[in-house]
Structures are given as structure tokens and as C-alpha cells.
Design a protein around this ligand. Structure first.
Ligand code: NAP
Length: 327
């Protein structure tokens, strides 16, 4: 196959990780295409407000993702609005199969497909997303200063996020479907000691209600008695688990027990030339700035890999000092 038929890098997913990878790949003069099945921006594009991305005190998620996109496109990056249905790793090149039947071939692939918070699937959840319904306390908690919020879930995330929200909100109801939290003992202890958090045991949220201003109440149900009652609240934060979008991760790729791809600090998977960035990658913090940093790292490492491959040199480890010096 002529080398001209090959992409240097195919980026799958148009969130902050994928778009930042695109910026760095284009600046490194790599033949790049980014494939996104929906609107570029990923989860961020749906967020009402972002107040923790450096340089922007307040910006809508949509505008921030548009800026990422325009930045990448200013270097001529091509975006295909298609769905990737399969990724087949190969020795000479990797194959990326699209839903429309096209097959793209690439020296390297950067997977930036993110993840999805699990949903309650109750009335009001989708309708009022961004209008009081949130899946990220760090992103949206600031909008609920001195307000009343409901947190749903009983795991580590729900406990941690309830504690985070308690620093901002007037009162936090932690609604859990059982009589014991799943969270670690230390977090349970902290929740117990935080006077702003009130746990509502054996309770589920069956509906989220809103008025013109956004969310104003939830409908609760006691799981034992079936009794229903309305509870006034300004926001609902749902933390009942998060699923990485790992459907395209090739068989044999190292993943942890929760389905996140394990990489090294260069975002390399155990498959040569396949990188994972953003929320799909096992890491400490699921934040826009971290996904963007991953995108930068993966594109720089991919550029080195492609150059080594084209010059016929063995692809070896990228020296750490080079990572900081490549622009
Ligand atoms: P998780 O541990 O799976 O907990 C999900 C919680 O949501 C559980 O309490 C579950 O209730 C509840 N839940 C699930 N589906 C529900 C539904 N439909 N309606 C109402 N409640 C529902 O998820 P996670 O808290 O996101 O944590 C994921 C993993 O990351 C865990 O392994 C956790 O230890 C880890 N993590 C660790 C840290 C840390 O170490 N600092 C922080 C965050 C997360 P039940 O308890 O009844 O099943």
C-alpha cells in the first residue's frame, strides 16, 4: 500500500482529549482525521457552564468545545461525522471501520471515546440535564452555593461528591436505596460527621421536577413502604456509577476491572501505536483539563512513533526529556 493512503493518526472521539490531540497532531504536521459520531465536544458540550478550565472564568461547555474545534480546524484538521464500529490493530497499520462502510488505515490511533455516567432513567432526568440535573459536582457545584441539593448514590463517588457539595451548598440530601453506604469506611465517617449532609436511607428518586428557573423538587419513594413524598431542591447530582465507552478497545488491550484502559504516563496502551486519552483511560481525575493534557501527550508520542516508523528506525521509548521539549 502507498504510504499516502495511510493516515498518520486517526482520532476517535471529539471531546477535549480528542480535539487537543488534533491540535497537537496538526501542529506536528501529521496527516490527521478526527471522527466523531455526534457533535464535537463530547460530554463537555452539554455542560451549562464551565468555571474550572484555566483561562476561562466562566464559559459554556458548548462554547469551550467550539473553541477547541475551531482551534484544531484552524490547522486544517478534517472532522468526519461518522460512527466508528471497529478498530482492528495490525502490524503494518491499524484499520478503523466506519458505519458507512469506509475503512481508514492509520499508523496510529488515539481513542478518545470517554465514558457515560449511569442514568436513573426517570422522568425529568434528561429534560432538566444542565438545568439542575448534573453528573459532576466539581463542574457544576459552584452554581449551587447556599442552595439545597440532592445527591443520589451510595458509593465512593456519591460520598466524595456529597462532601464536596457540602462545602458550597446550604444542605445536601444524600439519597440512597439501601440502609448502608457502599462507600469506604473513611468516607462514610466523613459523611456522618458533616452536619450539612442528611442521608435519606432506603429511598429512591422516582421523578425530577422543575419550573421555569430549573429543578425545584424531586419525588421520593421509600423502597420498603412504597410511600411517596416530594422534596424541594435546587439541584440533583446523580452518582450511581460511570461506564467507560470501551466498545472499540481491541481485544488484548490491558484494562482494569472497571473497564478503563490501563496506559503508561504517555497514554500508550500495550498495543503499539494505539493510545487512549481522557475519561476512557484509567486515571485519578476525570476533568477537561486532564483530558486535554492526555490529548497533548498522546499526539506528541504518536508523532514520534510515526517518524520512527517512516524512517525505518525501531520504535523505542520516547525519552522523557523529549516530551517536555517537543512543541
Ligand atoms: P459504585 O461503587 O458502583 O456505586 C454506585 C452506587 O450507586 C451504589 O451505592 C449503588 O447502590 C447506587 N446505585 C446504582 N444504581 C442505582 C440506581 N439505579 N438507583 C439508585 N442507586 C443506584 O460507583 P462509584 O461510586 O462511581 O464508584 C466506582 C468505582 O470507583 C468504585 O470501585 C469506587 O470504589 C471507585 N472510586 C473510588 C474513589 C476513591 O477511592 N476515592 C472515589 C470514587 C470512586 P448499591 O450500593 O445499593 O448497589
Amino acid at each position: 500500500m502507498a504510504d499516502g493512503d495511510l493516515y498518520d493518526v486517526v482520532i476517535v472521539g471529539g471531546g477535549p482529549g480528542g480535539l487537543t490531540a488534533g491540535i497537537y497532531a496538526m501542529r506536528a504536521a501529521l496527516k490527521t482525521v478526527l471522527i466523531e459520531k455526534a457533535v464535537p465536544g463530547g460530554q463537555v458540550a452539554m455542560s451549562d457552564g464551565v468555571e474550572n478550565y484555566p483561562g476561562f472564568e466562566s464559559i459554556t461547555g458548548y462554547e469551550l468545545s467550539q473553541r477547541f474545534l475551531q482551534h484544531a480546524q484552524s490547522y486544517g484538521m478534517v472532522v468526519l461525522q461518522e460512527e466508528v464500529v471497529a478498530l482492528e490493530p495490525g502490524l503494518d497499520y491499524h484499520s478503523v471501520q466506519l458505519n458507512n462502510g469506509d475503512l481508514l488505515k492509520a499508523h496510529t490511533v488515539i481513542l478518545a471515546t470517554g465514558g457515560s455516567p449511569r442514568k436513573l432513567d426517570i422522568p425529568g432526568e434528561n429534560e432538566y440535564y444542565g438545568k439542575g440535573v448534573s453528573y459532576c459536582a466539581v463542574c457544576d457545584g459552584f452554581f449551587f452555593r447556599d442552595k439545597i441539593v440532592v445527591v443520589v448514590g451510595g458509593g465512593d463517588t456519591a460520598a466524595e461528591e456529597a462532601l464536596y457539595l457540602a462545602k458550597l451548598a446550604k444542605h445536601v440530601y444524600l439519597v440512597h436505596r439501601r440502609d448502608a453506604l457502599r462507600a469506604s469506611m473513611i468516607l462514610q465517617q466523613r459523611v456522618k460527621e458533616e452536619c450539612k449532609i442528611e442521608v435519606l436511607w432506603n429511598t429512591i428518586v422516582t421523578e425530577i421536577k422543575a419550573n421555569d428557573q430549573g429543578v425545584n423538587a424531586v419525588q421520593l419513594q421509600d423502597v420498603h413502604t412504597g410511600d411517596q413524598r416530594a422534596l424541594a431542591t435546587d439541584g440533583v447530582f446523580i452518582f450511581i456509577g460511570f461506564d467507560p465507552n470501551n466498545q472499540l478497545v481491541p481485544a488484548g488491550t490491558k484494562m482494569n476491572a472497571d473497564g478503563y484502559v490501563v496506559t503508561n504516563e504517555k497514554c500508550e496502551t500495550n498495543m503499539p501505536g494505539i493510545y487512549v486519552v481522557g475519561d476512557l483511560r484509567e486515571k485519578y481525575a476525570k476533568q477537561i483539563v486532564v483530558a486535554a493534557a492526555d490529548g497533548c501527550t498522546a499526539a506528541l508520542v504518536a508523532a514520534y512513533y510515526v517518524e520512527m516508523k517512516k524512517t525505518g528506525e525501531a520504535v523505542c521509548e520516547l525519552p522523557d526529556d523529549l516530551l517536555s521539549s517537543v512543541q
